[in-house]
Design a protein around this ligand. Sequence first.
Ligand code: ACO
Length: 339
Amino acid sequence: MNDAPHDLEFVPLDADDDETVGQWLDLTAVATAAGPRSAPPCNVDLVGSLRFAPPATVLDDWVVRAGDRVVGSLRLALPEGAASVRVDQLLVHPGMRRRGIGRALHDHAVSLARKHGRSSLTATVVESLPAGPPQDPAPAAFAAATGAHRSGIPAGVHQWLDLDRHDPLAGGVPATPAGYSLVTWGTVTPDEHAVPVSRLELSLGDAPADPAQEDVRASYARQFETMRVGRGRRAHHTGVVHRATGTLAGYTSVSKTTGNPAYALQGMTVVHRDHRGHRLGLLLKLANLAYVLRHEPGVRLIETANAEDNHPVIALNAAMGFEPYDRWVFWTRDVGSSD
Ligand code: ACO
């Protein structure tokens, strides 16, 4: 079917344009309700995202109108120094699909990517796991129709923990191994941990002992916090300190939006390579869950995602009661050639 509205108009999404932002929020709410399992959208978080981008990333937000109605949206993320543009949102109102609006949004994304001097587009597409519930085939069919292909990057396994069905804390929090102690903090990283947190996050625990550019690395944690605070998010962290050296050996982070008391996101868990083999990952996650529930007793559902080849972490999550739900598959297409 191809009865695309003839009066499509692309408009940059301006955080100060209350009417358009309101229509974009409505569109996101309707599409999320019709889409794959996810936390309900939080308006404070979404509006905040128009003003506070992730670290070292520029966001380029657009809506497409038919007449005076917003019928689709596009968010491009431009990570500093990358050759590609990430499509974070390419969304068509569920009642307006199969009319060519998705293709028009895609064409707009391609021309913006070229304008920004990038050579490719990447996008995450929700697909079914072999043993998981069936997912809408439209996004993958659409991605293929636009000339994209699955990239070689391992897909993410999206997992949920339902605390009403599994209580990972039933057996308590394991003892902290000798020579280590736990520390906790909230949304803002204490000064003494800002550099170590940034290094652990950026290197996934594989940083050399004497890294250069510590000032830059410290700013990563601060930029991340600025985004979180600007989006009204709260975060809860547990870290593990190696007492003999005073080194932050690892940490884990759970965050949540303002609007959904029952939902939280298990984010980064990292243990430096020099401190692996002590079951610190499980300790951090369980200790932090107890910390989260002390501060956020309404949390019942926690989601997380890990690369599907990260078997140790997926097994650790399964031991806590996380259940794999769907796959986040990376698609890519070159924008150097014409369509
Ligand atoms: N089944 C099979 N093929 C489909 C389907 C479907 N349900 N939907 C789109 N396609 C393919 C078809 O080849 C279609 O061409 P055709 O209609 O001439 O056969 C082509 O995609 C273009 O379709 P459009 O009408 O332009 O797309 P639409 O406006 O329906 O938007 C979209 C598609 C964006 C995937 C929509 O379903 C949506 O908003 N889904 C939720 C958000 C989402 O998952 N976005 C990720 C997109 S993937 C990416 O950005 C690369």
